[in-house]
Design a protein around this ligand. Structure first.
Ligand code: ARG
Length: 592
């Protein structure tokens, strides 16, 4: 379906051409003076330079050519040469009816692209903390947006599963239980199927080992060696590594399920081990990598760089594979499996250098096609009210589940103020709304920006918050239910096109206009990988709805034609909000 803006531009382009000007001047944009008009065309200003005329002269001429177009209720030239456009009721309501008739509400799906999105990226056996929250929340939303546009998206969690934490855990275990069979010299038998630790033991072992490594150099060195031995698949180390994975993964899955974040692929850095030796040989053989201080590196600096770019290390001097090694090998794996048109990575914005190095190496080595798009969404930090990275009251790293619980409790308290629900219902609702509060609080900021985690603000039912959006949706649901109870029929999308002879109030027009802009917004948001645009939009749409709601008494409206149209309109608004909240990755309760 053609967007309103495209249809307007078509008309204006024809008018410019018919008046003897280049049609490119007929571009139209949403008005930046909504008090004066809904759309505007600024082309006469640019054309004036080319044709040596006054802008207003050109604008008047173009308007004289097209003012009577049935799409407009008003089309006028104003000083110094703007063309201001207001849509006719017939055109606006007809557009909404057409939109409601489409499954994807007017979104145009281009040729589907193959996309791999690498997000979540937790480090196995370390507690999930708020730093991983952003990756999961933003990545999930970007994935859903791309899918909505019809792309073929694979979401991969890309576990950090053979980092130093694994070595630390194993060596700490050795110190605590040296008698375990894994640590017996010369042992060649089978290893037990049961892990020698439980999840809660594991959760305690890692921080202890990490603290010890900061004081004990020998211990730290042993841990590094252990990582190398895992990478070299030494049986005892592999067996322990398997145990750590087996104990940690179910818990990770549970945590992500609670966040309503779902991965298609659960691979990790260790899965690409089979590629590494050949990849490194290939890079050396083709002269792409060379030795530098014992390590193997790829030069990635380019002439256009304004900052110095250090080379990408693909193998450390002790032979260990590192972060960039596994990211490059992962590209080989993904090329083999999916041959994506587009890669999207999510990580803390401090990892920008790493991704620049990896992308450039992949291109230089020809591992991806020259036109493969590679994006890295570097996100900012979630800070506490003190403006410093978010910590617990004790100053430790806040675990995700505690953070969610805190927001949930705040929402629960608000729900209890209204006292319309029983305990179980209130708790269940608080869970859904609390998650929305956290996600919206995050996604409504541009990803690269830091933001302040503020429970009170996020959980508020008023203002630019997740609960406010949900509250608006619940309100619409309740009107629709009451309408049905009083004998009204199902919302009729055809009715959206009605009522063209009457005046629409400003609030009604605003709501219709806002609804009509959904497809345009979602296409842009997906292209720019920007969920905050979706938030911005649903906040505007919710405000438009609430103004309309406060102005009109929908359920007791006596003009039944009007009422049927309104019901269809708010049902469409609810549908749009439903799609958008789903794109953001949260759910909607029936009551609040
Ligand atoms: N595990 C990493 C971390 O915790 C994030 C992984 C990001 N993805 C990637 N392909 N490097 O920082």
């Amino acid at each position: 379906m053609k967007k309103i803006i495209e249809q307007l531009a078509e008309q204006l382009k024809t008018a410019f051409a018919e008046c003897g000007y280049e049609e490119k001047y007929g571009m139209v944009s949403v008005s930046n003076r909504p008090d004066l008009c809904q759309y505007q065309c600024n082309g006469a200003m640019a054309a004036a330079k080319q044709y040596g005329l006054a802008p207003i002269e050109i604008a008047r001429e173009v308007v004289a050519n097209c003012w009577d177009n049935p799409m407009f209720s008003k089309c006028e030239a104003v000083m110094p040469g703007f063309i201001n456009i207001t849509l006719s009721n017939r055109f606006l309501s007809g557009t909404l009816a057409a939109m409601a008739g489409e499954e994807k509400l007017g979104v145009t799906c281009d040729v589907p692209k193959k996309i791999v999105i690498d997000y979540g990226g937790p480090n196995v056996a370390k507690p999930l903390h708020v730093g991983h929250l952003r990756s999961a929340i933003i990545g999930e939303s970007v994935k859903r947006m791309k899918r909505y546009l019809g792309d073929e998206v694979t979401g991969d969690i890309h576990l950090g599963d053979w980092g130093l934490q694994m070595g630390l855990i194993i060596e700490e275990l050795r110190d605590r239980q040296p008698g375990l069979v894994y640590f017996k010299e010369g042992y060649t038998g089978e290893y037990p199927k049961e892990a020698p630790f439980t999840l809660s033991e594991l959760e305690e072992i890692y921080p202890a080992a990490s603290a010890k490594s900061k004081e004990d150099e020998e211990f730290k060195e042993r841990a590094h060696q252990a990582v190398l031995r895992i990478q070299n698949s030494e049986p005892a180390y592999s067996a322990l590594w398997q145990h750590i994975m087996a104990v940690s993964l179910p818990d990770l899955k549970k945590n992500y399920d609670n966040l309503n974040v779902h991965f298609d692929v659960w691979k990790g850095e260790s899965d690409v081990k089979p590629y590494i030796a050949d990849m490194v040989d290939d890079l050396v053989a083709r002269g792409i990598a060379h030795e530098s201080q014992g390590a193997l590196v790829v030069e990635v600096a380019e002439e256009k760089d304004t900052k110095e770019l250090p080379p990408c290390i693909v193998r450390k001097s002790d032979g260990a594979a590192i972060y960039a090694t596994s990211d490059l090998a992962t590209i080989l794996d993904r090329e083999k499996l999916y041959h994506p048109d587009h890669y999207i990575y999510l990580a803390d914005k401090r990892q920008e250098l790493h991704f620049t190095q990896v992308f450039r190496t992949a291109r230089k080595a020809g591992y991806v096609e020259p036109d493969t798009r590679m994006d890295y969404i570097g996100f900012g930090t979630m800070n506490g009210k003190d403006g410093k990275p978010f910590k617990t009251r004790q100053g430790g790293v806040m675990r995700l589940e505690y953070l969610l619980k805190e927001v949930e409790d705040a929402v629960y308290a608000k729900i209890q103020e209204n006292r319309t629900m029983d305990e179980t219902q209130a708790r269940a609702t608080a869970k859904v709304v609390g998650l929305a509060a956290v996600k919206y609080g995050d996604l409504s900021n541009q990803a690269s920006k830091d933001y302040i985690f503020d429970v009170e603000r996020f959980a508020s039912f008023e203002g630019n918050t997740g609960p406010y959006i949900l509250y608006t949706m619940v309100r619409i649901k309740s009107i629709l239910a009451k309408y049905k109870e009083q004998g009204g029929s199902e919302p009729d999308t055809g009715a959206l096109a009605g009522g063209t002879e009457r005046e629409y109030s400003a609030a009604e027009t605003d709501l219709m206009l806002s609804a009509s802009r959904f497809a345009d917004m979602v296409e842009k948001a997906a292209e720019e990988l920007a969920p905050h645009r979706v938030c911005q939009y649903i906040y505007e749409l919710s405000n438009a709805f609430n103004s309309f709601y406060h102005e009109n008494r929908i359920l007791v409206e006596e003009d039944s034609g009007k009422q049927v149209q309104w019901i269809a309109l708010i049902a469409l608004v609810l549908r749009i909000l439903g799609v958008c909240t789903d794109l953001l990755g949260f759910e909607v309760p029936d009551r609040m």
